[in-house]
Ligand binder design. Structure first.
Ligand code: PLP
Length: 439
């Protein structure tokens, strides 16, 4: 009997023993194409030599030094490289161990920023429905994913949730994508005014919604309008790129495609690419200065902040992405994967939408294409699909959606940036056979 507390108590899992390129290998020798990088983590595949060597060298050199006493060379170098690529006036990097910690740090930093500036009444965080920002109490409170929140309601901090920008499902027939985007962005202004003009500290959103909706980018102009509203009311814009950042969408940072820079940016998953657990929160010089010139101390911190081995992995990952020009490759391979999905599923009676950016792709499954009506949740489509794909040798990320009232099921795909066209065709083929097997 296993003593590991698993995610699903009744699942019998194979033991992963190896990783080669885009494939994971279990103890029976079965090979699985990693079509979702777990959850958009393994952007460089499973055997990148540069990152492996960097991790080994750093462990030999220095495994750990607490940041209450020391800084370290890999953390300094990674911060410099991130900032040299970051949008807007992002100027400081706060390292953490993963996505939830990055979001917790962002929420607390936003609050402390306003307190330091003499505006302690700013205490509200506005987020969006159908979002996911992590599983710790603060991040879960910000997230709007009803399924993930349901058991923990009494523990969650009260936060506002406005509509996401979900063109496929929620744009009205009389709207263009642009007018729809303005309408939902304007919900932010309405909510700020409802809560009290000077009582909101920040707005948080995923530029491309990952785990809740399945690779849904906003329509053009949406985030520019959001930025305008935030500026008008002194509200900080926090963008959560834990899943969609680090090149995944064909831009190093997803918000680059929207032409918008946040005040605080959260990244994780692709930063360590699975070789080490690392996340980061980037903030503007103005936010940093408010604390440096105020109390001089960010009232936060985790033991493994700026861990040297994790930072060494992150540095090697980012160098690899930049030096191998993997962003261009993501765009090209993303176009290829999307075309392959379109060819396989474009006319499929139960595929409602194929979407995403770069190698961050989503396929929404519907009972009826015309009405966009989803399957009965009791059918358990996402679970069945995950199992069927796994049997085919494909790791992908099917999720029961949480579209209000209609529950849109989808599959999220986030294959490694190094996947060849033939490997992406294999991914689509295996997914196609899994879909055909269950519906
Ligand atoms: N934010 C987003 C957008 C995510 O997709 C996730 C995880 O899926 C998180 C935050 C939480 O990250 P972690 O699981 O590393 O804590």
């Amino acid at each position: 009997m296993s003593h590991v507390f698993p995610r699903h108590c009744h699942a019998t899992l194979p033991t992963a023993v190896g990783g080669e390129g885009c494939f994971l290998i279990d103890s029976d020798g079965k090979r699985y194409f990693d079509g979702s990088g777990g959850a958009a983590v393994s952007c460089l595949g499973h055997s990148n030599i540069r990152v492996r060597e960097a991790v080994k060298a750093q462990v030999d050199q220095l495994a750990f030094a607490h940041t209450g006493f020391f800084t370290s060379d890999p953390a300094e170098r990674l911060a410099d490289l991130l900032i040299s690529q970051a949008p807007g006036d992002l100027d400081r990097v706060y390292f953490v161990s993963g996505g939830s910690e990055a979001v917790e740090s962002a929420i607390k930093l936003a609050r402390q920023y306003h307190v330091e500036r003499g505006q302690p009444q700013r205490r509200h965080l506005i987020a969006r429905r159908q979002s996911y920002h992590g599983n710790t109490i603060g991040a879960l409170s910000a997230g709007g994913n009803a399924w993930r929140r349901q058991q923990f309601g009494p523990l969650l901090v009260e936060m506002s949730h406005i509509a996401p920008c979900y063109d496929y499902a929620e744009r009205r027939d009389d709207e263009t994508p642009e007018t729809y985007g303005q309408r939902v962005a304007n919900e932010l202004e309405a909510e700020i005014l409802r809560l009290g003009e000077d009582s909101v500290m920040a707005f948080i959103a995923e530029p491309v919604v990952g785990a809740t909706l399945g690779a849904v980018p906003a329509v053009p102009g949406y985030f520019r309008r959001v930025r305008e509203i935030c500026d008008r009311y002194g509200v900080l814009l926090i963008l959560d790129e834990v899943m969609c950042g680090m090149g995944r969408t064909g831009h190093l940072f997803a918000c680059d495609a929207d032409g918008v820079a946040p005040d605080i940016l959260c990244i994780a998953k692709g930063l360590g690419a699975g070789y080490q657990p690392i996340g980061a929160m980037l903030c503007s010089a103005g936010i940093y200065d408010s604390i440096a010139q105020g109390t001089g101390f960010f009232q936060h911190g985790h033991t493994y902040v700026g861990h040297p081995v994790a930072a060494a992995a992150g540095l090697a990952v980012l160098q690899e992405i930049l030096e191998q020009d993997l962003i261009a490759q993501v765009r090209q391979r993303g176009d290829h994967a999307r075309a392959a999905l379109q060819a396989r599923f474009g006319q499929h009676a139960h595929i409602g939408d194929i979407r995403g950016r770069g190698l961050f792709l989503g396929v929404e499954l519907v009972a009826d294409r015309a009405s966009k009506q989803s399957f009965d949740p009791a059918f358990g489509l996402a679970g069945r699909l995950k199992k069927a794909a796994f049997a085919e040798g494909l790791v992908c990320y099917p999720m029961p959606g949480t579209r209000d009232g209609r529950n849109g099921d989808h599959v999220l795909l986030a294959p490694p940036f190094i996947a060849s066209e033939a490997e992406l065709d294999l991914m689509v083929d295996r997914l196609g056979r899994a879909v055909d097997g269950v519906i």
